[in-house]
Design a protein around this ligand. Structure first.
Ligand SMILES: *Cc1c(COP(=O)(O)O)cnc(C)c1O
Length: 392
């Protein structure tokens, strides 16, 4: 049996352990510490963000972001539908309601025209959303300019969920730095990881200070423990920030490795009938966090799910593209503007093993298995047809 080939696993560099050791040696184990400050600073250097706040997860960062722009119970927040549920959960934590927006085919991300039309309609009704959560899926930028323009027209804060898109850019500028607030994730499967963690970035010092305040239990300035607001325990630990600093140092290499994975899949599989690759929108630079394909079952010979199951049998982990949030049972009552594109990408989309630590041999195994599944299914088809003819 082959060793399992997984979708995306942590990939440590050379310095992480040394930095963690430094935290031990100086006893900066908790709560915050110099690695946290340095991680925030270095993160800002890499992304050109003004200020960063390191927190315990991307979800926590998004929760803070929504609260900082004033989302409250009863409000509505527009959100991309084709994404992981963590993009929308914090909307619900605050008692607000998500309204989902479909993707466009060029980027798989929020369709700017749908957003602009929806905001115009809502403005006429006097029922504008309190914020827009824009997701940059699988390391690819959404078309930010028209989206920002639509938001600015009605003074609606844009929050960028760049959890999957650290290292990517839009017209040369880092994702996450366009909106009022940007958030990132360092979960184990992301492009770099602290085992778990997140970052919030923002230009506005007042909001950043408020984020730090809320992330540390909203302690008033007093020697005794005094609180005038409800806060959270959301700060990143100094140990994990040490891992983050080591990971940041190899970010460019990680992006290059993931783009290389994509290129190898693309060059070897692009001519196989019925396979298409997630396009790279021409306005940006994608990290190819995950290599995503869509399967046309007629031409390929079998559908996405059968391909996925065939790969599992060979110990190869692949995953359907995110199930759109408007199709999730928990969001069944939520409004969705459009939805057919996201539904189609979900029905036919598959994410292939994409870790920056995959070997050429791993890639060859995945590629040859996909080829085998294709050739076997097209070969079997006419046979089945013949035999049924014989029976008749
Ligand atoms: C991973 C992810 C998150 C959440 O990040 P965590 O650090 O796991 O909380 C949010 N949004 C998207 C799009 C993600 O992929």
């Amino acid at each position: 049996m082959n060793k399992p080939i997984l979708l995306s696993t942590p990939h440590m560099g050379d310095r992480e352990l040394e930095l963690v050791k430094e935290a031990f040696e100086t006893n900066w184990i908790a709560p915050v510490g110099p690695h946290v400050d340095a991680f925030e600073e270095e993160f800002c250097q890499v992304t050109n963000a003004r200020y960063g706040v390191a927190v315990s997860s991307g979800t926590a960062a998004l929760h803070l972001a929504l609260q900082l722009v004033g989302v409250e119970a009863g409000d509505e927040v527009f959100c991309s539908t084709l994404t992981f549920i963590a993009s929308a959960n914090p909307i619900v934590y605050l008692g607000a309601k998500p309204v989902f927006i479909d993707s466009d085919r060029n980027s798989w991300n929020m369709n700017p025209e749908l957003l602009a039309e929806a905001l115009d309609r809502r403005a006429k009704k006097g029922k504008l959303p309190k914020a827009v959560v824009l997701v940059h899926l699988y390391g690819q930028s959404a078309d930010i300019d028209p989206i920002l323009q639509a938001c600015n027209q009605y003074d609606i804060p844009l929050i960028e969920d760049a959890a999957e898109a650290l290292g990517a850019n839009y017209k040369g500028r880092s994702l996450g730095t366009f909106g009022r607030i940007g958030i990132y994730s360092f979960n184990g499967n992301k492009i770099i990881t602290t085992s778990g963690g997140g970052m919030l970035v923002c230009e506005d010092l007042e909001l950043v200070e408020k984020a730090r305040f809320l992330a540390t239990q909203a302690r008033d300035r007093a020697p005794h423990y005094q609180h005038s607001e409800i806060g959270y325990n959301y700060r990143l630990s100094n140990i994990l920030a040490g891992i983050g600093r080591g990971q940041l140092a190899v970010l460019n290499e990680r992006v290059a490795a993931r783009r290389r994975n994509f290129e190898i899949y693309y060059q070897t599989l692009k001519n196989l009938p019925g396979i298409e690759f997630m396009p790279e929108a021409n306005y940006g630079y994608a990290t190819r966090w995950l290599t995503c394909i869509t399967i046309d079952s007629e031409a390929f010979g079998t559908n996405r799910e059968q391909l996925r199951l065939a790969l599992i049998e060979q110990q190869i982990e692949s995953r359907p593209v995110w199930k759109p949030l408007h199709m999730q049972p928990i969001f069944a009552e939520c409004e969705c503007l459009g939805g057919a594109v996201a539904e189609d990408l979900f029905a036919r989309g598959l994410c292939l093993p994409s870790g920056s630590n995959l070997t050429d041999e791993d890639l060859e195994i995945v590629i040859s298995q996909i080829q085998i599944v294709h050739y076997q299914s097209v070969r079997n088809k006419p046979k089945l047809l013949n035999s049924s003819l014989v029976v008749i």
